[in-house]
Ligand binder design. Structure first.
Ligand code: G6P
Length: 471
């Protein structure tokens, strides 16, 4: 702390999870390793060029970990009890907000005990941040788990410049209206100077929610606020996130990754590879994709000797009931298709319930003839952008759901409504049979889009807009 009673850090990121994973180190002790993911990479330069800190949960319940320095960043672990993991994280964040914000694909549950826990944990994050922020520091709060932090932080520290970015969709007002605490959530967000969303439709939905559930006026993208007689503004705007393009590009050219990709192709034989890569989440439309593929086999439009669907489904939120049910459903569907169509030598669906390092993912992207992204709702979908970034030869086809943020930008993908199973089947066949020249034209256009808009561009654009709010 410096003598003004403030902390020392002038740029602070706040997110549910810290950007590190615990790993065993060489001397049988424990250390921390930077977790994969674009956000960490995008912010690394900002972190080291300023006095940067990151506030977040370190991933284990009922454990206090002292703040520590890691790769130029001061990390401040926020403790969560076992009950808070259940109520705040699995409950309110992932069984209330997540389904509500994703078109109620699964029914959201509303429990007052979960809401109480969400408020308590959001306050703890705000306090941890207020305690380390230098006077006038910039704070960037991430995602739906922490929507109350901007307002709480502003009450504690009105000197701070506060940004918020929502990585998932913001729902239409008719759906958002179901939330018993809708006003408190909107007011929580309005504590920020700038609230960012993935798509223009999310920004519009948020502004409509502001007008409907708070007494504040909006003027285009500005919300006019009056707090204790003081006038203030909060701006809402659209900042589509992207990926660490340079990292994917580098991996896609590395000899060991190229060799691994050839090995994958050899292992499945001389067949077209269709690829799905998702967290095992009901928003991803994995079941729709498997159904369409199974019907194509059934109709005789595809033969198991000619094509394989590789589906990577990384384990996710396994203690939340809807995720457990989904796993059973997907595994039953895969079992049925394989039982019906497998031969001794070829399997119809290669289902992999694992997480893999980025190297292996890029090898898969390189091996795949067709990438299938069939999400029913997705804030952005970074897998689609990674596939495009990995295709350094400008070939391969991307089947992409209209319900992803990525479809706003990747217009040359084979766009699809995944609810329309016949349409999905046609698009899959179209992608498989796409002439080389057409695939190349489409991929080159998508590559231009992705290469010009990487995640660093995203973070810089957001932070520039945030700083301009201070005017
Ligand atoms: C989405 C959310 C992130 C979240 C991630 C993984 O991308 O926007 O905030 O971290 O899913 O989910 P998990 O529950 O494992 O953090």
């Amino acid at each position: 702390m410096d003598d003004g009673g403030y902390g020392n850090y002038d740029f602070i990121v706040v997110s549910n999870r810290l950007p590190v994973d615990r790993v065993a180190d060489d001397d049988d002790g424990e250390g921390w390793r930077r977790s994969p993911g674009g956000l960490v990479t995008a912010l690394a330069p900002v972190m080291s060029s300023s006095d940067g800190a990151w506030v977040g949960w370190h991933g284990a319940p009922d454990e206090n970990v002292e703040p520590f320095e890691h790769e130029d960043t001061f990390l401040v672990p926020v403790p969560l009890s076992e009950e808070e993991v259940e109520f705040y994280y699995e409950g309110f964040s992932n069984a209330t907000l997540w389904p509500l914000y994703h078109d109620v694909i699964a029914p959201p549950e509303f429990h007052r005990t979960w809401w109480d826990s969400y408020q308590a944990v959001n306050r703890r994050f705000a306090e941890a941040t207020a305690g380390i922020a230098a006077q006038g520091a910039t704070v960037w709060v991430q995602d739906y788990q922490l929507q109350l932090v901007p307002r709480l932080l502003r009450q504690m520290r009105p000197d701070l410049l506060i940004g918020f970015f929502n990585h998932i969709p913001f729902p239409p007002v008719e759906i958002f209206a179901q939330l018993p605490w809708r006003r408190q959530v909107v007011e929580g967000l309005l504590g920020a100077d700038l609230v960012g969303f993935q798509r223009a439709s999310d920004t519009g939905n948020f502004l409509r929610a502001v007008r409907r559930f708070t007494g504040n006026n909006t003027r285009q993208q500005h919300v006019e606020l009056r707090e204790d007689g003081v006038r203030r503004e909060c701006r809402a705007d659209t900042f589509p996130i992207s990926i660490d393009v340079a990292r994917i590009d580098e991996l896609a050219r590395r000899p060991d990754v190229l060799e691994r990709s050839r090995q994958i192709r050899d292992e499945v034989g001389n067949r077209k590879i269709l690829l799905g890569v998702d967290r095992l989440d009901y928003t991803k439309g994995i079941g729709h994709r498997i159904k369409a593929y199974g019907e194509l086999l059934d109709d005789g439009k595809l033969q198991v000797e000619d094509a394989v669907l590789i589906q990577v489904a990384s384990p996710s939120r396994e203690r939340v009931e809807s995720y457990r049910l989904l796993r059973d459903e997907i595994e039953a569907a895969v079992g049925r298709i394989n039982g019906t169509f497998d031969t001794m030598g070829s399997t119809a669906v290669r289902y992999l319930h694992h997480s893999y390092p980025t190297e292996e993912m890029v090898a898969l992207y390189l091996a795949a003839d067709v990438m299938l992204v069939t999400a029913l709702r997705d804030g952005m979908n970074l897998v689609a952008k990674e596939y495009v970034a990995a295709r350094t030869g400008a070939d391969g086809a991307l089947v992409l759901s209209e319900f992803t943020g990525a479809s706003d930008h990747l217009r040359q993908a084979v766009l699809v409504n995944p609810h329309d199973i016949d349409g999905l089947k046609e698009r899959i066949l179209q992608a498989i049979a796409m002439p080389k020249a057409e695939a190349g034209r489409r991929m080159r256009a998508m590559r231009r889009q992705v290469l010009q808009n990487d995640v660093e561009h995203w973070s810089q654009t957001f932070l520039r807009a945030l700083r301009s709010e201070r005017g």
